[in-house]
Design a protein around this ligand. Structure first.
Ligand code: SAM
Ligand code: SF4
Length: 325
């Protein structure tokens, strides 16, 4: 039976944060120091992830995303991704691309449908300032390598006022030159220290930057559950803007999130949901019992992320590495 919520939205897309660790320290995502990483024993094991993936598949999920933290910092990630490719025909990975050169053969698996790569600047100095690490050359080289290998790459740029917003037109052109979709993301208040309050630029502000730099910018209808609003620029290239903070696309949301320690979230802005790892490890529940819990949690999903946040009675502030974006 499919996973459906009380507003008749079907949940058929699972995003798994396989680790909360990362080799970069993007300012909008993590503090520089003092991060309280999840103890390795608390992480969902690969066997547990595969078990849950099968349960979700039986419940109608047909698309999975591997995210983090940085997925490729976790040991033997290829083994997990290979297992997920055996379960799902639509596997996607979100990565900072700094380590993907070691995984190219796997990334060409026919079930891996796209690699979403975070790239917030085309300038090495700004990249280092944002990520607090000197990895621009490696990331840039790996993006070109993946494109050369015929892997479908989408670029994610978190737009930050006064930091990289001047690069928006350059990113549109980069996408056009390399035949890759660029998605501009509104900065969300998740970085565990200051909530990104000075960086925020809305969907409308980002769109304005694009319309003032190019001749024609036409809205385009994308797939029903797309997380981004799509536009065609000068009839030549398609870009997306993800209204991650203004939350105008909640009405078609089909996503379920699993954190690295097994918390299930039906919304990015929701209070931490049921912990599926404990239901397996401590309560030894059967697959059927787990399915019931998952169905009940999805059913209770609120109408929008704004409503979820309001119900928390607190500002959402945690780092995105625990939830995977
Ligand atoms: N390390 C991988 C990466 O950077 O692509 C995967 C994990 S990262 C948490 C997933 C996505 O969340 C990335 O596209 C990242 O840019 C985005 N992200 C992280 N923190 C964010 C924030 N505060 N606001 C908007 N997007 C954010
Ligand atoms: Fe790491 Fe991705 Fe967060 Fe950057 S956005 S610190 S690459 S998890």
């Amino acid at each position: 039976m499919a996973l459906v919520d009380q507003f008749e939205r079907k949940a058929d897309y699972l995003r798994i944060a396989v680790t909360d660790r990362c080799n970069l320290r993007c300012r909008y995502c993590m503090p520089a120091h003092g991060i309280d990483f999840v103890n390795r024993k608390e992480l969902l094991s690969y066997d547990e992830i595969v078990r849950l993936a099968n349960i979700f598949k039986d419940s109608g999920v047909n698309k999975v995303r591997v995210t983090g933290g940085e997925p490729f910092v976790r040991r033997d990630m290829d083994v997990l991704i290979q297992s997920l490719c055996e379960i799902f025909q639509s596997v996607h990975i979100t990565t900072n691309a700094s380590l993907i050169h070691e995984h190219m053969p796997l990334l060409k698996h026919p079930h891996i449908q796209s690699l979403n790569i975070s790239l917030d600047s085309l300038c090495a100095k700004t990249f280092a300032n944002i990520t607090r690490r000197d990895e621009f050359e490696m990331v840039h080289r790996n993006i070109l390598k993946a494109l050369n290998e015929g892997i479908t790459v989408k670029l994610n740029m978190v737009v930050m006022k006064g930091v990289n917003d001047h690069e928006i037109p350059a990113f549109v052109n980069f996408g056009r030159t390399h035949g890759t979709e660029v998605r501009f993301i509104e900065a969300m208040p998740f970085n565990e220290y200051d909530g990104n309050k000075d960086l925020f630029l809305s969907h409308d502000a980002i769109l304005k930057r694009i319309t003032s730099a190019f001749t024609t910018v036409e809205p385009r209808v994308d797939s029903l559950n797309s997380s981004s609003l799509k536009y065609e620029v000068d009839g030549l290239t398609r870009i997306g803007i993800i209204p991650a903070y203004t939350r105008s696309l909640c009405g078609t949301c089909n996503r379920i999130r699993l954190t690295s320690k097994g918390d299930m979230l039906t919304c990015l802005y929701a209070k931490v949901g049921v912990n599926l790892r404990d239901k397996m490890r401590l309560e030894n529940l059967s697959d059927e019992a787990l399915k019931e819990i998952i169905h009940a949690a999805v059913w209770k999903k609120r109408k929008s992320g704004l409503e979820e946040e309001e119900l928390r009675h607190e500002t959402v502030f945690q780092s995105m590495t625990s939830i995977g974006g």
